[in-house]
Design a binder for this molecule. Structure first.
Ligand code: ZN
Length: 152
């Protein structure tokens, strides 16, 4: 924790006690450089909740999401660690923006990243998450990919 007054990295905890009915820990800190005192709170990170299409709320499940992405990436030359990284990026992108997201928002975030990773997987995933109405939508999406690929 950097000192908010002078930016020095060396601060020490001079007092630590439960706060918010035991749901947080309040720490008084003192900068060893300039002597400034400040307070920090340690809290449990709120569980990211996903609103499904049927309206139900479910805890965000990284393993479920990576299973869905793995299915879209079946037979594609993309490593498991690339999928894990993608899932982590998606989860991180929703942290701090409140604790509720919709499954559509998650789908879009995955698509944004899949597009750069693997086009076939992108289209497979898009056909599920964008609920294409028919071949026309699918072709439009393919055309968009093609035009994005033009050099220059
Ligand atoms: Zn300081």
């Amino acid at each position: 924790m950097l000192c908010p007054a002078c930016g020095a990295p060396s601060t020490r905890v001079i007092d630590s006690r439960p706060a918010e009915g035991g749901l947080a820990i309040r720490r008084r800190r003192e900068c060893e450089d300039c002597g400034r005192r400040f307070t920090t709170y340690e809290r449990l990170e709120p569980q990211l909740m996903v609103r499904k299409r049927n309206g139900r709320l479910e805890p965000f499940s990284p393993s479920k999401l990576s299973a869905g992405i793995s299915a879209a990436l079946a037979d594609r030359p993309v490593s498991g660690s690339a999928i894990e990284r993608l899932v982590e990026e998606v989860e991180a992108s929703f942290r701090g923006s409140g604790s509720n997201v919709t499954s559509e928002e998650i789908g879009r975030a995955v698509l944004d990243r899949l597009r750069n990773l693997d086009e076939v997987a992108y289209l497979r995933f898009a056909s599920v998450y964008k609920e294409f109405q028919g071949a026309a939508d699918f072709e439009k999406e393919v055309a968009a990919l093609d035009s994005a690929e033009q050099p220059g």
